[in-house]
Structures are given as C-alpha cells and as structure tokens.
Ligand binder design. Structure first.
Ligand code: SF4
Length: 163
C-alpha cells in the first residue's frame, strides 16, 4: 500500500484510506519493547480485492463485515530505510563487495587450499581453540601475501569501474 507521510495514512488498492486506529505497545519475552501502529480502513464493503486483502480465518466477525487492519512497526520501517540508504551508498557498496570477496574467500582458502574439512577435537572449548589457530594461520598467510605484493596498508578492494 502507498504511504503518505504528510497525513500518516496508507491508500489501498481500492483507493480507500487507512488511518491510525490504535498504537499497541508490548514487551517481548526478551524484554524488547515493541510498538505497533494499527491502520484501519473504515469501509471495505463491496471491495473486489477483499479476499486477497483480508487474511486470517479466526475472526468472530463475519467476513462481509470485516475491515482491513494493517500492522506497522514504524521503528522497523525506519531501520529498514536507514539500512537501505547505508548499503546502497558508495561506502556500503564497497563494503558489500569486500564482504563477499574477503569472508567467502577465507572459507574457500581454508577449505580448498589448506584442505580443512573437519575439526580434529571435540567440545566447544577445543573447537574454539582450533578455530582461533586456523584464523591466526590464515591471517599470517594473508599478511605474508600482502607484504610480497606490496599491498600492506590497504584493507579494502576498490570497486572496478565498468567501461
Ligand atoms: S479490503 Fe479494504 S483495505 Fe483492502 S483493498 Fe478493499 S477496501 Fe482496501
């Protein structure tokens, strides 16, 4: 549905406006405080999209009398917008590209180049210890390659410019 921030309303497929009807505050089991804004349509009668729009069969209200309620977490939407802005910025694109090169590349190096397939020890502490040793070995090898190639001091691969 299309959102209008000026009037804080949504407009549905049938051209009806959904206004704020309630703000629900709750605390999850982990103590997180969640705020949900409920937008409601005043009249959904005779709408040709009603079956697709209103879901859930547990309501005591007959389907003909039901109206659409839209549950929105403003905080979640705000975080999502901020995230999208960050990951589509130039810095965000460089970090995403490097994430796929550097972290996925490390798994590939470990598994294929060094032939690491399974942990040799059992128990959380032992597996953690072996993981740390593997990470140290990987980093030393990476540093050695950087020194050999004269690339120390650079951490991120630059984006390739397309022609
Ligand atoms: S059911 Fe209500 S909210 Fe949904 S499209 Fe129809 S009029 Fe709009």
């Amino acid at each position: 549905m299309k959102y209008d921030s000026q009037s804080d309303t949504y407009t549905c497929h049938n051209g009806k406006r959904l206004k704020v009807s309630k703000i629900k505050k709750e605390k999850t089991k982990t103590g997180y405080e969640r705020e949900t804004t409920i937008y409601s349509c005043e009249d959904c009668s005779g709408c040709p999209y009603k079956k697709e729009c209103i879901k859930g069969n547990h309501s005591k209200v007959p389907f003909e009398d039901r109206t659409k309620n839209l549950y929105v977490s403003r905080k979640f939407n705000q975080y999502r917008e901020e995230d999208l802005e960050r990951i589509t910025s130039e810095k965000g694109i460089v970090l995403r590209v490097n994430r796929s090169i550097q972290s996925e590349g490390s798994f590939g190096d470990l598994k294929e180049d060094t032939g690491f397939r399974r942990f040799r020890y059992r128990g959380k502490a032992n597996v953690e210890a072996q993981s740390i040793l593997l990470a140290i070995a990987h980093n030393v090898r990476k540093l050695h390659q950087k020194i050999q190639n004269g690339k120390t001091g650079t951490h991120l691969f630059a984006l390739k410019k397309s022609a």
